[in-house]
Structures are given as structure tokens and as C-alpha cells.
Design a protein around this ligand. Structure first.
Ligand code: PQ2
Ligand code: NAD
Length: 205
């Protein structure tokens, strides 16, 4: 397996099926701002609500091959193996396809994810044990808490500043390294510490 980060914002995604597994995948897809269409005669309450708020499109019908004609990415999440297999058959070789009950027919798997703003941590067991992936995700979520969202935003701004204003490559490297250390992160007032660091470097002959 080859891990990647997909830019899926505004891309057309079709989820076939509207049960609890489809709902979980839809929630993850919306976090990535995908344009989601659900094809299913029945859907969960949460999916119904998302359709009512126009966060997703719901085609209230059973699957037919033309439903995925223009999809960049397809997820087959019905409870009927034969329908999921029909979705796999209908997919073109260049479409990204995930069959939730048949990893071998899928060309990608969905990992378990911790999101902290720009920081994304994904865990996969390549299908060996989604339960273990979820457990490890929960452990990681405790270590990398909500503070990381603000911290990574701070690092983004500092890095931009450093790349623009510090010409010396070794000072640049050293600054980028220092602001990403645990001791810097735990120092509390990041802006103040960063200003201090910069002035130390400026003082050097
Ligand atoms: C990570 C997560 C992401 C997500 O779905 O969003 C995800 N499964 C999650 C949970 C979960 N899935 C299952 C259980 C029940 C307990 C168990 O079986 O262990 C639980 C636990 C629970 O629900 O708590 C059952 C299951 N899953 C698959 C099969 C088919 C098979 O193995 O053949 C079956 C048997 C179905 C059956 O016949 O009953 C297959 C896949 N599931 C994957 C992903 C992909 C591999 C990921 C990897 O291992 O790296 C892969 C290959 C394809 C795919 O779906 O992409 C999500 C955690 C969400 C979170 O983080 O909160
Ligand atoms: N990959 C995973 O993460 C994972 C986790 C648990 C279970 N599963 C598997 O996922 C499947 C779905 O589980 P669930 O709990 O969401 O099931 P569910 O019974 O809650 O939902 C099934 C959905 O499929 C829809 N459906 C049925 N026939 C259809 C058709 N012809 N066209 C379109 N939609 C159709 C139904 O309307 C329903 O909305 C099961 O086969 C289960 O084995 C996968």
C-alpha cells in the first residue's frame, strides 16, 4: 500500500448505500470538503439531515452503473454483497474505488484518522484489523491533543516568515528545527519565544 493525501475538495464522490458504514465514510468525506452524492433507497437519520441541509445530494434509488459515471472516487457501502460487486464491476480502471466488504476489489482503503487542523495522522493495518487501527488512533489522539491545531498554524506562519526573512541556510534550518521541538512547544508563549530566538540570531556576528 502507498499512503497519500488526496485533495478531494469539490471533487465528485459517490457513496452507494446509506447505512451506518456509509454515514461514517460520508462524514469523513465532508471533513475534506468533497461534493458527495449518496445513492440508496433508504438512508440513516443523520444522512437525511445532511441531504435536507444540502450538504450532500441524495439519489433515493437503488444503484445503477450510470450513477458513478462522473465520479472521481466511489465507495460501495451497501449491505448486499452482490450490489457492492456490481459497483466494483461498473468502476473504470482510473476511478478510485473502495468496496467496504471486499478489500481485494478496492484500490484504496480508508484509514483511521486524527485531525488537528492542518495536522493529519492516519493509521492503517491494510485491512488486517480495523479495530486495532481505531484503538491506535484513539491512543494517538490523546498524545496529539487539540492544542496542535493552533501550534501547527503557528508553525505555518513562522516557517513562512523564516523562509522570507532569514537568508543564511544553516540559521534557517536551526530555527525551523527549534520551533518544532517539544521544549519549544511546551514553553507556552510561542510568539514571544520566537521573537526572542530571532533576536538571538540577529545578534550573532
Ligand atoms: C478505519 C476505518 C475507517 C472508516 O471506515 O471510516 C475502517 N474500518 C473501520 C471500522 C470497522 N470496520 C469493521 C469493524 C468491525 C470490527 C472488525 O471487523 O474489526 C470496525 C470497527 C468499528 O466499527 O468500531 C469491519 C470491517 N472493515 C472492513 C471489513 C471487510 C473485510 O475485512 O473484509 C470489515 C468486516 C465487515 C463484515 O463483513 O462484517 C474493511 C475495511 N475497513 C477499513 C477501514 C479498511 C481497512 C482499514 C485498516 O485496517 O487499515 C477496509 C479494508 C476498507 C475500507 O472500509 O476502507 C474504521 C475505523 C473508524 C474510526 O477510526 O473510528
Ligand atoms: N469497511 C468498514 O468499515 C465496515 C465496517 C462494518 C461493516 N462493514 C460492512 O459494510 C456493509 C454495510 O454495513 P451497514 O452497517 O452500513 O449496513 P446497513 O444495513 O445499515 O446499510 C445498508 C444500506 O445499503 C442500502 N442498499 C441496499 N441495497 C441497495 C442498492 N441496491 N442500491 C443502493 N443502496 C442499497 C440500504 O438502503 C442501506 O442504506 C456490510 O456489508 C458490512 O459487512 C464494513
Amino acid at each position: 500500500m502507498y499512503p497519500v493525501m488526496l485533495q478531494i475538495a469539490n471533487q465528485s464522490v459517490v457513496v452507494v448505500g446509506g447505512g451506518s458504514v456509509a454515514e461514517r465514510k460520508v462524514v469523513g468525506l465532508l471533513e475534506a470538503n468533497a461534493a458527495v452524492t449518496v445513492v440508496s433507497p433508504a438512508v440513516t437519520e443523520a444522512l437525511k439531515e445532511l441531504a435536507a441541509k444540502e450538504k450532500i445530494r441524495w439519489k433515493e434509488k437503488t444503484f445503477s452503473a450510470d450513477d458513478i459515471d462522473k465520479a472521481f472516487l466511489v465507495i460501495a457501502a451497501t449491505s448486499d454483497r452482490h450490489v457492492n460487486e456490481a459497483v466494483a464491476q461498473a468502476a473504470k480502471p482510473y476511478q478510485l474505488i473502495n468496496i467496504v466488504d471486499d478489500p481485494e476489489r478496492s484500490n484504496f482503503y480508508v484509514p483511521s484518522v486524527v485531525r488537528r487542523g492542518k495536522l493529519t495522522i492516519s493509521v492503517s493495518t491494510s485491512g488486517a484489523s480495523p479495530t486495532l487501527a481505531k484503538q491506535i488512533r484513539d491512543e494517538i489522539a490523546n498524545i496529539y491533543d487539540e492544542e496542535y491545531e493552533r501550534y501547527v498554524d503557528f508553525l505555518t506562519a513562522c516557517r513562512r516568515y523564516i523562509l522570507q526573512h532569514v537568508d543564511d541556510a544553516s540559521i534557517r534550518r536551526s530555527l525551523l528545527k527549534t520551533i518544532a521541538t517539544e521544549s519549544f512547544r511546551k514553553s507556552g508563549n510561542w510568539e514571544e519565544q520566537f521573537t526572542k530566538l530571532l533576536s538571538q540570531y540577529k545578534k550573532q556576528p
